[in-house]
Design a protein around this ligand. Structure first.
Ligand code: ZN
Length: 354
């Protein structure tokens, strides 16, 4: 074993750039990434005792470089550092077993010091799989935002969200990242046409205002250095815009437009079926509250039985189920009427004159 120079075996634990000055070498974090540290530590999730324990005991410290680096007269070695921080954590586990059965958080136990050691160890060059395992350990210690950055899934760039009321799309200004891209891809599969990926021209993710909350959740997770003040203001604008759009669409439906309240006002035992253009209908009734045994829930369950998921959509604005009837299954309509009859509901059926 020999002592290596820092340049040979180390880099910024967060972004992978070289560490050039003495304070950065000591921290294991470059000056730019260091300024962003607060954002990475301010949000935590509960410690996952089981997974943390498994992560620690299954991590093979031989996967870490066996390299001593010198700080003046002191030398430090990532492998030995890991073994010692692991032992500290396992001791905490033992203490907890002796004193309580309630898990860590209830007792104010945290790993604030230990996580800094692992963060420091991540400033050594190592295999991708070793880095991923360490970031998992960090996550189970409760520091999920930092874990995202250490694993390379999250962005360390500053980011903010902007809303354009001409297009109805939110734009994320910020560098691309792997985890965020994957989540946006999933969002786009479920919502065709509502998610735009960065191109050479746009360079940014763009998401339709109707998905504002879902998009914000992704951005918060994978772009931790988010300008939250301006971004939440833009988010509110987008949601307001979408609310107005929905009201416009609602007013365009004849049956609802005729009702001054915009929403069907139903008693506790009334149902309403509105025939929409094509083979579509809208079914509304007072949404059940209380136990699963109530009549309302029985109606919900029966409707789900009759109409498969792909053909019904709950419209929370109209407080109604939008249902697409299949031409060959027109008796579905009869079945639906039957459900209301069974439960002694008064049923109104409306075909708006267009
Ligand atoms: Zn960095």
């Amino acid at each position: 074993m020999h002592t290596k120079s820092h340049e040979e075996c180390r880099q910024c634990s967060r972004c992978g750039l070289p560490l050039t000055d003495q304070p950065s070498l000591e921290r294991g974090i470059g000056p730019i990434c260091d300024k962003l540290s607060t954002a990475l530590f301010c949000k935590t999730i509960p410690v996952n005792r089981t997974l943390l324990y498994m992560g620690l005991v299954s991590f093979n410290s031989l996967d870490l470089p066996d390299e001593d680096v010198a700080f003046g007269k002191v030398t430090l070695n990532p492998r030995k550092m890991f073994e010692s921080v692991k032992q500290k954590m396992l001791n905490k586990f033992k203490e907890m077993e002796n004193t309580t059965s309630n898990g860590f958080l209830a007792n104010g136990v945290n790993f604030n010091n230990e996580v800094k050691v692992i963060d420091w160890i991540c400033s050594f060059k190592m295999s991708g799989s070793a880095r991923l395992k360490l970031s998992q350990i960090v996550k189970h210690m409760g520091f999920h935002v930092l874990a995202g950055v250490l694993s390379g899934m999250s962005s360390t760039s500053e980011a903010k969200i902007l809303f354009d009321d001409k297009t109805g799309f939110l734009t994320l200004e910020g560098a691309k990242c792997k985890g965020g891209k994957e989540e946006c891809y999933k969002l786009s599969l479920a919502n065709p046409g509502k998610v735009k990926f960065p191109t050479r021209l746009t360079k940014h993710f763009q998401v339709h205002a109707s998905l504002a909350d879902k998009f914000y959740a992704i951005v918060e997770e994978y772009w931790p250095v988010l300008d939250t003040v301006s971004s939440t203001a833009e988010l509110a604008k987008a949601k307001q815009w979408w609310e107005t759009e929905l009201q416009k669409q609602l007013a365009a439906i004849p049956s609802v437009a005729a009702n001054p309240n915009s929403k069907p006002v139903l008693g506790t035992d009334e149902g309403l079926i509105v025939h929409l253009p094509g083979d579509n209908i809208e079914v509304s009734f007072t949404w059940p509250t209380g136990t699963r045994k109530s009549i309302g829930w029985k109606i919900v369950d029966r409707i789900k039985e009759i109409v498969p998921m792909g053909r019904r959509k709950w419209n929370s604005k109209k407080v109604a189920w939008e249902i697409r009837l299949l031409p060959e299954r027109k008796n579905e309509l009869l079945d639906l009427k039957q459900i209301f009859a069974e439960h002694k509901f008064t049923l109104k059926e409306v075909t708006p004159s267009v």
